[in-house]
Design a protein around this ligand. Structure first.
Ligand SMILES: Nc1ncnc2c1ncn2[C@@H]1O[C@H](COP(=O)(O)OP(=O)(O)OP(=O)(O)O)[C@@H](O)[C@H]1O
Ligand SMILES: [Mg+2]
Length: 392
């Protein structure tokens, strides 16, 4: 039996259906590599849990490395400074390029002034970040220090034959607000600087990222948000068939069609079903995955999903659970969005009382706002899990 080429929960071997997003990133990267340009707009691809944000960002990272850029990746968290993470990553990457970042070098001094502005940067986790940019954009001491570091780093990288600096931020909505402000103001300042530092930021985050960023900075035109959609049926079929083809294994067309229907364009489900099917069939080269394997694969999928749903449910506070239960009870088979008013009625509370649990569930990525005033679950099948959980 061949090992499964599918990747539930991991970076896919083949990234399907994201050519447009990658093209956009490559265009920015080549502006930077060819003309040494500064990319003043931060591209943010937003989407629900499991839609493929990290996978896309990893492909962008590979493209950045290929274009010859110095690459720094940070996964933002609420309890760690994003700017500190970027700063540390930059210094390490430059060191790797052979740039002198030892004591009393210009880069080390800039690094230290960012550290100073951020507070105790030395300790990584749980750092108290004390960044208080003054009222006018661009006058914050931390953002100026960070801008100067990025600028010096980009120019040093360029002198070493690198294309410039590419900063990649996953889970951007989770970053502390002060850090988002520092990053945004620094990008604003760099826009005016001469020489232009060859630098670019790519970020991905949950659908609430625009709200979080707009709350952190009064101007948000530095950010260009685009929604990462679920995959089309054609692309979904390719997620199933592409990796198998590489092993001369084919999908019975009815089976592929059925899994495409169940997954509804949601990449995580495609990988999950494909991996389970592969494991129950255990194909050798030249084999066909048959339709009748689906019933044998379902229990494996159900187990995986149950583990994931249970982890999410256990992270929900009591008030959040009440909302989840009401939403689950109002969710139909097609998982259409539910109006907020209907949820409040069901819970016997006012729409206002909903705002707190609603906000924290959005932040956790458990629910999303489909249109104004509606909510729905982000993962297919979670509604049924919540109904079963609350009945039991
Ligand atoms: N374009 C794609 N083609 C094939 N598989 C994909 C694609 N995008 C994502 N996947 C698969 O879907 C799953 C989820 O992907 P990923 O972790 O990138 O999602 P995410 O949006 O970052 O999720 P989360 O919000 O939980 O961090 C993984 O198993 C990955 O292999
Ligand atoms: Mg992710």
């Amino acid at each position: 039996m061949l090992p499964s080429p599918y990747t539930p929960g991991e970076t896919p071997t083949v990234l399907v259906g994201r050519e447009e997003q990658l093209e956009r990133a490559r265009a920015d990267l080549s502006m930077m590599a060819t003309y040494g340009r500064f990319l003043g707009r931060v591209q943010v691809d937003i989407g629900s849990r499991g839609v493929g944000k990290t996978s896309l960002l990893k492909a962008v990272r590979d493209a950045a490395a290929q274009s010859g850029a110095v690459v720094v990746w940070v996964t933002a968290r609420g309890d760690e400074s994003l700017v500190a993470g970027l700063t540390h990553g930059l210094l390490r990457a430059l060191e790797g390029l052979g740039v002198d970042v030892g004591p009393r070098t210009p880069l080390r001094e800039r690094f230290q002034s960012v550290s100073l502005e951020l507070g105790a940067l030395g300790a990584s986790a749980g750092v108290e970040v004390d960044v208080q940019p003054r009222r006018t954009p661009g006058s914050g001491a931390a953002s100026t220090a960070f801008a100067e570091l990025v600028s010096a780093a980009a120019i040093a990288a360029r002198e070493r034959g690198s294309a410039g600096v590419a900063l990649l931020v996953d889970e951007v909505q989770a970053a502390p607000r002060e850090d988002l402000r520092t990053l945004a103001y620094a990008w604003q300042e760099l826009q005016q600087s001469t020489p232009e530092p060859p630098a670019v930021v790519f970020a991905v985050g949950l659908p609430n990222a625009p709200d979080v960023l707009t709350a952190a900075v009064t101007f948000s035109e530095r950010f260009a948000f685009r929604t990462l959609q679920r995959l089309s049926a054609v692309d979904a079929a390719e997620v199933l068939e592409g990796p198998a083809r590489a092993h001369r294994v084919t999908w019975e067309p009815e089976l592929a069609a059925e899994v495409v229907r169940i997954a509804d364009g949601y990449p995580y489900f495609l990988q999950l079903y494909a991996d389970a099917l592969w494991r129950v069939v255990g194909p050798d080269e030249g084999a066909v995955l048959p339709l009748d394997a689906l019933d044998r694969a379902r229990p494996l999928v159900a187990d995986e999903l149950d583990t994931m749903f249970r982890a999410r449910w256990s992270k929900a506070a009591p008030g959040e659970r009440r909302l989840l239960v009401a939403l689950a009870e109002l969710t139909d088979d097609r998982e259409s969005p539910v109006r907020r008013g209907a949820i409040a009625d069901r819970m016997g509370v006012t729409s206002n009382d909903l705002s707190e649990p609603r906000r924290s569930l959005l932040d956790k990525g458990l629910v999303e706002a489909a249109d104004r005033g509606t909510l729905r679950f982000t993962v297919p099948g979670f509604a049924a899990f919540v109904r079963a959980e609350s009945a039991g």
